[in-house]
Design a protein around this ligand. Structure first.
Ligand SMILES: O=C(O)COP(=O)(O)O
Ligand SMILES: [Mg+2]
Length: 235
């Protein structure tokens, strides 16, 4: 077998743990993120961006999201003083309205119920800062499904680094082969590949404005309701 070939996952995957991304996978968070960022820009006397810009800017954590809103570019560095003010204003505005408009995507609650009933350990692995992740999950009553929640600042590195996925494996005492990540972006695919884990992606998420199929996840689904059929419980 050629050593360069990517191992193709065979379904159903025998797993114990299902890790699920937050923004763009569990919850449509862009309306509250956009509102908070536009409030920050108004405070700074700068023009607002439309929601489509914000959709493409989600996925690499809050500090990078704020830099994108300040510069209009994916990787640019704003003036340091402006960035510091912007980040503080964004944190204030988003903290005040983290779940005003954000809602779970259709099928999410049903899928979490089903996966829980079937005996999978569920973990939420997001690049969102913990100060926002936990209230958002609690306010939308999703927190109760997750035995572990890892945010973008819970560990020294975030996705696309494999560290959060490896940490979750250690937490549950399982091998990488017995976990699966469900996400919406290339960060999720890269993190899973680096951890040696299968990855299933949703078609409805953000992924920086690109089609997630280009990142070659093991499977794509239109709803989390489709996830159970790809899995069997590893005993
Ligand atoms: O960019 C963020 O803040 C979070 O993104 P994620 O939940 O998709 O990892
Ligand atoms: Mg995401």
């Amino acid at each position: 077998m050629p050593t360069t070939a990517r191992k193709i996952a065979s379904f159903p995957l025998a797993v114990k743990m299902v890790m699920i991304d937050l923004d763009g996978t569990l919850i449509d968070t862009v309306p509250d993120l956009a509102a908070a960022a536009n409030r920050m820009l108004a405070d700074l006397d700068r023009p607002a961006w439309g929601i489509e810009h914000y959709r493409a800017w989600i996925g690499n954590g809050v500090p990078r999201f704020v830099k994108r809103a300040l510069t209009g570019e994916m990787q640019a560095e704003p003036d340091a003083a402006l960035n510091e003010r912007g980040l503080a204003l964004f944190r204030q505005h988003y903290g005040e309205a983290v779940s005003n408009l954000s809602r779970p995507y259709p099928g999410v609650v049903e899928a979490l119920e089903q996966l829980t009933d079937q005996g999978y350990a569920l973990a939420c692995i997001t690049n969102k800062a913990e100060v926002f992740t936990l209230p958002l999950l609690k306010n939308l009553e999703l927190h109760k499904y997750f035995k572990l929640v890892l945010s973008g600042d819970s560990l020294p590195k975030q996705k696309p680094d494999p560290l959060p996925l490896q940490h979750a494996c250690r937490h549950f005492g399982i091998d990488a082969a017995h976990g699966v990540l469900v996400g919406d972006s290339s960060n999720d695919v890269h993190a899973a590949r680096a951890a040696g884990m299968p990855v299933i992606c949703v078609t409805y998420g953000y992924n920086h404005g690109h089609d997630i199929r280009q990142s070659l996840p093991d499977a794509v689904v239109d709803s989390l309701m489709e996830i159970p059929q790809y899995l069997k419980l590893y005993a």
